[in-house]
Every structure is written in structure tokens, then in C-alpha cells.
Design a protein around this ligand. Structure first.
Ligand code: SF4
Length: 305
């Protein structure tokens, strides 16, 4: 399929008296462009809503966009760049890639891409690959330690360059997968918040793609022809449990359209009194609450009579 740029060019070259074949080609291309515009608008709308709902970006913010070279982070940068041009608040963007020194990492790809865009950027070099290889026992998955080290390096760097927000490319499915992984293996009802204060209190992390569907992002990345860098250069096996949950969610979604939307809504619509966490809800104090309610009712009755 041609890229949106190629489609634009084809539509621009529109011949006022085209042959039948040319005309149907142009119609198909125009349709494709329309679909792409709709997709782009949908992603922008979802990001805009998430930013407003969680007050992710404010006037004067310096947002560090973590760019791994995967479809999600390229999409995040692209949509934020667009919002930056149209948003009612002024904020700056700086893209940061962490070169983890994985063998075969194509060092030139991101600098070339970012130079072409004219985006402010840094490539941070940290050999977390050797640390992960050294510390992880043979046969064990390396992703957990790798992600922890990556997070530490990026958060520290954000502070160094004065970025007060760190934007990550996690999307709706990442959030739901994490919810189920925590339930299945961690015994806790928690997901991945759209906005978060880091444990040491130094960084505010935002996930502007929180409302976006992974399928939309994948399609956008494909049509934009982003120069994707795979995340398996380290030779690690993919996280099997996450993969299993991903497939489970995809199957549910196929059999019961709308289920993922409903589950995501549930993440943003929690009723602590209908769960069992004693830290979140005062179950022991229900009798006292009941007595207060009764007293209020009696008082209202006496005043009214
Ligand atoms: S696949 Fe490799 S680079 Fe990606 S998170 Fe896992 S260990 Fe790190």
C-alpha cells in the first residue's frame, strides 16, 4: 500500500480527464487518504482527551518523549508534535533515545529521523545490555531488569535536562495487559496509570496514548512508514506471560466487540466500597456511618414536622 505522502502526491496530480483505470486508482487512493485522515484524527482526539482528563501537559512544560524506535513511541512523538502546533498552551518537546548497547543496534536510524523532523533530541548511551546479561540467570527473561534500568536512566536524564514531564508510549492494551498480569501473578488490582509520580518523587510520568487502541497505533505506524527498530536485538525471548494475556484480550475482543472498551472504562471507574481493600474503604466504620445517617434523618424529620 502506498504511503499517505505518496497518496497526497497522486491526488495532487489529479488529471481532470482521467481514463477509467486512472480514475478508479485515484478514487481508491482518495479513499485511502480519507481513512488515514480519520485514523490520525482519532489518535489525536484520544491523546487530546487523555491530556485534558489527567492534566498531563500545562503551560511552560518541557516534555521529554522517550523514543525507543518502536511503533508506539514514534506515534507518540508524531501526535505530540501535532498537538504542540495546535494546543492552546505552549510546551516544548525533546526526544530522548536510550542506546542500551545491544549488539546490532542501528545507531544512525533515530538521529537521521529526528534531524529530518527538526526535533530537539538526545541519544543517551548506557550499556545496560551488559548489566542485564551479567545479572540475569541463564534461561530467565531479561525484560524486567532491562526495563527497570532503562527507566532509571531515562528518569535521571529528564532531571538533568530540566524536563518536568516524561512521556511514555504505553497505550490502552498495555494498561489492560498490566491489569491482568497483576491480578494473575501479583495478587493486586493495579494497572499502569495515565499519569504518575515516580517513586523518588522527582519525575511526573505521563502516558498520552492511554486512550489509544494498539491496532490504531500499529496502522498509523505502518502508514507513516516509521523506521522501526525491533526490541529483540538483545536476543531476549518476549515476555511469555504478557504475550498470553495479549492473546487472551485479542480473542475476547474478537468474540465480544466492545469488551476492551468496557474493561478500560472500568479502570477509570472504580468503586472502592464494592471491592475489599480495607485501606481504601472503611468497612469497620460502617456501623458508625449508619448511626450518623439515622441521626441525620431523625433530625431532618424533627425539623420538618
Ligand atoms: S526485549 Fe530486550 S531490549 Fe526489549 S525490554 Fe526485553 S530485554 Fe530489554
Amino acid at each position: 500500500m502506498s504511503s499517505p505522502q505518496a497518496v497526497n502526491a497522486a491526488v495532487d496530480r489529479f488529471d481532470p480527464a482521467p481514463s477509467k483505470a486512472t480514475s478508479s486508482l485515484i478514487t481508491a487512493q482518495a479513499r485511502q487518504k480519507r481513512e488515514f485522515d480519520k485514523l490520525q484524527k482519532r489518535l489525536r482526539r484520544c491523546v487530546g482527551h487523555a491530556i485534558i482528563d489527567y492534566r498531563m501537559i500545562e503551560e511552560g512544560d518541557k516534555v521529554m518523549v522517550c523514543l525507543s524506535g518502536g511503533k508506539d513511541s514514534y506515534t507518540l512523538l508524531e501526535i505530540l508534535r501535532n498537538l504542540q502546533r495546535n494546543a492552546p498552551v505552549n510546551f516544548s518537546l525533546v526526544a530522548v533515545n536510550l542506546d542500551q548497547k545491544q549488539p546490532g543496534f542501528p545507531e544512525h536510524v533515530l538521529p537521521e529521523y529526528l534531524e529530518k523532523l527538526g526535533v530537539d533530541y538526545h541519544i543517551l548511551e548506557r550499556d545496560t545490555y551488559s548489566v542485564v546479561k551479567e545479572k540475569t540467570p541463564e534461561g530467565k527473561t531479561t525484560c524486567a531488569l532491562c526495563s527497570r534500568l532503562r527507566r532509571g536512566s531515562l528518569y535521571g536524564f529528564a532531571e538533568q535536562i530540566g524536563a518536568n514531564k516524561v512521556a511514555l508510549g504505553h497505550h490502552r492494551e498495555d494498561i489492560l495487559e498490566t491489569l491482568f498480569l497483576n491480578m494473575f501473578f501479583g495478587g493486586s488490582l493495579k494497572a499502569m496509570p495515565p499519569k504518575l509520580l515516580s517513586d523518588d518523587g522527582k519525575n511526573i510520568v505521563i502516558r498520552p496514548l492511554a486512550y489509544c487502541k494498539e491496532a490504531d497505533i500499529a496502522e498509523f505506524a505502518r502508514q507513516m512508514e516509521f523506521p522501526i527498530i525491533p526490541c529483540n536485538l538483545c536476543g531476549s525471548q518476549p515476555n511469555m506471560q504478557r504475550q498470553v494475556v495479549k492473546e487472551m484480550l485479542a480473542e475476547w475482543n474478537q468474540k465480544h466487540p466492545g469488551r476492551l472498551e468496557s474493561m478500560f472504562k472500568a479502570v477509570t471507574n472504580v468503586a472502592p466500597s464494592q471491592l475489599g481493600d480495607r485501606q481504601l474503604f472503611d468497612f469497620k466504620g460502617l456501623e458508625a456511618k449508619q448511626a450518623d445517617l439515622m441521626a441525620d434523618r431523625i433530625h431532618a424529620f424533627e425539623v420538618g414536622s
